[in-house]
Design a protein around this ligand. Structure first.
Ligand code: NAP
Length: 257
């Protein structure tokens, strides 16, 4: 406890108390981190996030649509004005048009594909570019991925293609951010969790059942387990680790049959 005392982080992607970003925030708060948050620009999203974080009174709580470069710049300039620096960044954001996710991948529209890629993969690059100047002494970034970026998970469709891009983007970012800047970046590949986003994935219940029957630990992952691994990746314990995809999935990814 207290291993993040004095550290300042930005968490992007809390929608409600089921969000992976919230499980991570709770673990970081337990380690006494100072957290700033962004929320999707809508009054209902703002209400939900304000209610969750109220007890901690964050000094920076900004709306941000990651498709909008001005929004991203405003968020990081608020961090600069308030704290003058940043120690870590949690990127926990993805979107694909729900109607298109339900169709075969072969039917994906150009527009839907670009939208999903922009929000779910490119946004990490844009956020890292703004975060890096605020981390002159080094820092740590994580993003959240899923096994559907490595193997075909029927129904995960374009989101799997986005996650493949996201994970490889992490490797290239590890190079650019690591050289001279000494900033680390890793992907945390989470097992299936029931959240607002996962509601858009068809056969999600089946995915969770399959996980229980096939994973070595014979169960689904708990939100708190994502939190503890995030704390490891964002903190000093992992100071030699960058460019990795770390699976927190009860071992599902190592099983072939
Ligand atoms: P979630 O609670 O719905 O979080 C997704 C977040 O992305 C929401 O806060 C959403 O905001 C935000 N978002 C979407 N479009 C945005 C945009 N243009 N600008 C800014 N924010 C935007 O669901 P989650 O499951 O925790 O998802 C978090 C991450 O974990 C995603 O990358 C997801 O792919 C990944 N992941 C999820 C699972 C799973 O099974 N749930 C497994 C592995 C990986 P609003 O909802 O307020 O619009």
């Amino acid at each position: 406890m207290g291993s993040f005392r004095g550290k300042i982080g930005l968490v992007m992607g809390v929608a409600n108390d089921r969000s992976i970003a919230w499980a991570i925030s709770e673990a970081l708060y337990a380690e006494e981190a100072e957290l700033a948050f962004t929320f999707w620009p809508s009054p209902s999203a703002e209400r939900r996030v304000r209610k969750l974080v109220d007890a901690h009174q964050p000094r920076v709580l900004e709306s941000c649509d990651v498709q909008n470069d001005e929004d991203i710049a405003r968020v990081f300039s608020a961090i600069r004005e308030t704290y003058g620096r940043l120690d870590f960044l949690v990127h926990s954001i993805a979107f694909a048009p729900p109607a298109e996710l339900k169709q075969p991948y072969l039917e994906m529209s150009r527009e839907g594909w670009h939208l999903a890629m922009d929000i779910s993969a490119y946004s990490l690059v844009a956020c890292c570019r703004e975060a890096a100047p605020l981390m002159p002494e080094g820092g740590s970034v994580i993003t959240i991925s899923y096994f559907g970026g490595e193997k075909v998970i029927p129904g995960y469709n374009v989101m799997g293609v986005c996650k493949a891009t996201l994970e490889h983007s992490v490797r290239y970012l590890a190079w650019d951010l690591g050289r001279e800047k000494k900033i680390r970046i890793n992907a945390l590949s989470a097992g299936p969790m029931r959240t607002l986003s996962s509601a858009g994935v068809s056969k999600f219940d089946e995915m969770q059942k399959h996980h229980v029957s096939k994973s070595p630990l014979e169960r689904n992952v708990e939100p708190a387990e994502l939190g503890t691994t995030a704390v490891y990746l964002l903190g000093d314990q992992s100071e030699g680790v960058t460019g990795e995809t770390v699976h927190v999935d009860c071992g599902f990814n190592v099983v072939g049959l």
